[in-house]
Every structure is written in C-alpha cells, then in structure tokens.
Design a protein around this ligand. Structure first.
Ligand SMILES: Cc1cc2nc3c(=O)[nH]c(=O)nc-3n(C[C@H](O)[C@H](O)[C@H](O)COP(=O)(O)OP(=O)(O)OC[C@H]3O[C@@H](n4cnc5c(N)ncnc54)[C@H](O)[C@@H]3O)c2cc1C
Length: 399
C-alpha cells in the first residue's frame, strides 16, 4: 500500500480464478486486496468428495505449480486421467486419446473445486507479509465501485472503502461489477441443466475420462481417485427435473443405460445437484481501471471441461501484462496494459465458447444425416494423428 493508502490491485471474488489471480500478483510483489462474499470452503481428506469437480488441463497444472500449490493438491486428492474416449449414441465412430501417444503421463487431472479454493486461500494467508502484501477481506460484499481516471474506489456493504490502481472482477457468471460497469453480454441459454454426482461402477474406470454424446446433451464420467466416477450429465431442463426426482436405484438404472453400460452397471450414487447451462460472453473485458476475468468474462458449456482452464489462462496472461506494465510505467491499471490482455484473451475465449456451442448443436441433432456425418467425422478424426494432436494440444492449452 502506498503512502496515500492505495493498493496496486483489488480482486473481487475468491473463486478459483480470483484467488489464483490474487496469489499470482502477490507473488510478483503487487499489494493486493481480495474481497469475497462467502467464507472460503473448508476441505478435509475424510469428507465426501466435493460434488463440483473440474478436469484441469496441463497448462492449468503448470500455473498451479508455479503458484506453489500443485503438490498440495496431488498430496490431498486428485486423479490424473491417461485416456479419453468420446462416442456418439446415434452413430458409429469413436475418438480416443491416450497420454502415452503424446509421451505424457496424464491428459489432465480431476480435482475438487473446494480443494482448489482451499489451497489457494491457504497459500494467500501464508503469503501475507512476504513478497507483496495481501489483505483478505471476507466475508464482505461489494456494494458499488467508482472507477476514476487514476484510482478505483470499491465501497463495501459495511461502509469500508478500498482504493487501488486496478480492479479485477472475478465475481463469476452473474458478475455484479460487470453489470455496474454497463458491460453487456452475448448469451445463449442451452435450455439444459448439468446433473452432477459421484457414482460407483461395476468395472474400474481405467483412469479414463469418458464422454457419450446423446440427443438432449452429453454425458461425461470422470475418474475419481477413490475408484468412483464423477458425472456431468447435461439434459433438457424438464428432463433434469425428472432425473432429480428419481430414487437412487431408478437413477442408477437410467444412468447405466445412458452410458451404454461401458463400465457395467452403476452400483451407487451420491446426492445429485443440477446447474443451469448457458454461454455468456462479455462484450468487452476492460473499462477504465477495471478488467473482467474468468466466468465474469466468459461462461461456456461444460462439454469440453474448459471453463476454468480458460479462466486460468486469463490469470497467466493478466499477470504477464501487469508485470510488463509495472516495469515500464509502474502502473498496473494503465489502459494500454489492460487492452493487451483483452486483445489476447477475448478472441481465444470467444472462439472456444462458440466452438463448444457448435459441437453442442451438432451432437444434439437427431437427424440421421447429421448423425451419419458425426460418425464419419469421429472415425476420421481418430485416424488422423496430426488432427488428433492439434485437438489434444488445444485442449491442453498448448496452442
Ligand atoms: C457442471 C459444470 C462442470 C464444469 N466442469 C468443468 C471442467 O471440467 N473443467 C473446467 O475447466 N471448467 C469446468 N466448469 C466451469 C468452471 O466451474 C467455472 O468456469 C469456474 O468455476 C469459474 O470460476 P470463477 O472463479 O471465474 O467464478 P466463480 O467460481 O463463480 O467465483 C466467483 C466468486 O465471486 C464471489 N462474488 C460474487 N459477487 C461478489 C461480490 N459482490 N462481492 C464479493 N464477492 C463476490 C462469489 O461468492 C464467488 O466465490 C464446469 C462448470 C459446470 C457448471
């Protein structure tokens, strides 16, 4: 904090993206405040696995490693997956990825959201007083912001005022800060909900991430370290209500059928939760001395498991732009510094979001012609090593 009581950066929202941003910036010597409405989740090894898990790509793992938290995550609970299998309920053809073909030990890792938040928050608490200074402001809600030409002022609901050179809005898909700034969004409501829970299967998951496309939406089974799988089952909203209302035995039977019994019968399930699915892209990422990041900037369909991975790519890019800005002008909130971040991230995120939307549309179609074409495309893609490598590199964040 400088003599006038101003911070370098205020981050609003300590989801995974906001917490990673704050940690990355503190480690680079910035003075940061992180404001979060809800106390960070506790995580204990003896607790049930968090219902929300994410598939992390290799570049997300590298960032978490740079931040010094990856070893804690793997020591706690994470499941590396070595293979991916993607197939279509209405057509022949299957796409298969194998880490060994790429000379790697894993294609990605399944990690609990709460564990990610927990280790990042812990690292932030422990970093206080080292490199840059961090002020954790929680529970606290932002009531309004004033983004002036030199300084942003953040007003909290309890009357506290914080001032900084830059405000990073990591406040999620409904981002109150984005609304307050008057930044519009382009939305597509998929009319679907993703049902998530953890299930036991008759046969082992083979450290494989499985995805079956079917009319209504894709179904993914992601391997957990304890041998069960976490499911993300995207279905039409009324079908979600029906599936949520089934008893466990009926639900297991329907899930096994929807998954083609690839791992035999489904033999157990945890409580089910459902999340509405929509694509939401902010029309711009930058306003005077403020910048959007993570789901506040872009929310995407979970069919490719990329939402958080894209958010963590934002974190890496913003960190390098702010470092450049700091060394050249000493001002992390300078307009051209933020514009560079916007230029580099907005196009990649929009391409990814629109690609997932097209995939969702194409695979949702029950037309026999389109189903036939899908089968041919999957089979062809599987036999073209260069194309497969490009697909794999793109999912891993290497393009
Ligand atoms: C079913 C499903 C499966 C998914 N699977 C994957 C996957 O496999 N891989 C992947 O990469 N991504 C996946 N995603 C996407 C991923 O979950 C999100 O992209 C990611 O969680 C977004 O993180 P975030 O930090 O940007 O936002 P959030 O997690 O929404 O965090 C926002 C934070 O801001 C806080 N906040 C909001 N307003 C205020 C305020 N006014 N004041 C203070 N604090 C505030 C909130 O309390 C919250 O903690 C999936 C999503 C869904 C729905």
């Amino acid at each position: 904090m400088n003599r006038r009581g101003e911070l370098d950066v205020i981050v609003v929202g300590a989801g995974v993206v906001g917490a990673a941003t704050a940690l990355a910036l503190v480690q680079e010597g910035f003075d940061v405040a992180l404001i979060e409405a809800r106390p960070p989740p506790e995580w204990n090894a003896q607790d049930e696995v968090d219902p929300r898990v994410v598939a992390l790509a290799p570049d997300a793992m590298f960032l978490l490693d740079e931040l010094g938290v990856w070893s804690q995550i793997t020591a706690a609970r994470a499941c590396g997956f070595r293979r991916m299998r993607v197939w279509d309920a209405l057509a022949a053809g299957e796409l298969a990825f194998d880490a060994a073909e790429r000379g790697e030990s894993a294609l990605g890792w399944i990690v609990e959201n709460h564990l990610l938040q927990h280790v990042l928050w812990k690292a932030l608490s422990e970093s206080a007083g080292r490199s840059g200074a961090v002020r954790l402001v929680c529970p606290a809600e932002v009531s309004s912001i004033e983004n002036g030409s030199e300084i942003v002022t953040v007003n909290l609901a309890d009357g506290t005022r914080l001032r900084s050179r830059l405000l990073v809005a990591a406040d999620g898909v409904s981002s109150p800060i984005r609304s307050q700034l008057g930044i519009g969004t382009r939305d597509r409501d998929y009319g679907q909900r993703a049902i998530v829970c953890h299930v036991g299967t008759d046969r082992p998951h083979e450290s494989t991430a499985w995805q079956r496309f079917q009319p209504g939406g894709p179904l993914a089974l992601l391997p957990l370290q304890d041998g069960r799988c976490s499911i993300v089952w995207s279905v039409q909203t009324n079908e979600a209500a029906r599936l949520l209302a089934l008893d466990d035995v009926q639900f297991q039977a329907e899930l096994g059928c929807a998954f083609d019994f690839r791992l035999g019968a489904i033999i157990s399930t945890t409580q089910r939760f459902a999340f509405p699915l929509k694509m939401r892209l902010a029309e711009r990422y930058v306003e005077r001395r403020t910048v959007l990041i993570g789901d506040a900037a872009h929310a995407v369909h979970p069919l490719a498991g990329q939402g958080l991975n894209l958010g963590l790519r934002d974190v890496r890019n913003l960190r390098s732009q702010l470092l450049r800005g700091k060394s050249r002008e000493g001002d992390p909130g300078a307009a051209h510094v933020l514009r560079r971040y916007e230029r580099e991230r907005r196009s990649e995120n929009a391409v990814a979001a629109n690609t997932f939307s097209v995939i969702e549309r194409v695979f949702n179609s029950e037309s026999t012609v389109i189903a036939g074409l899908r089968g041919i495309a999957l089979g062809l893609a599987n036999r073209l090593p260069t194309f497969k490598r490009v697909l794999g590199d793109s999912a891993a964040g290497r393009l």
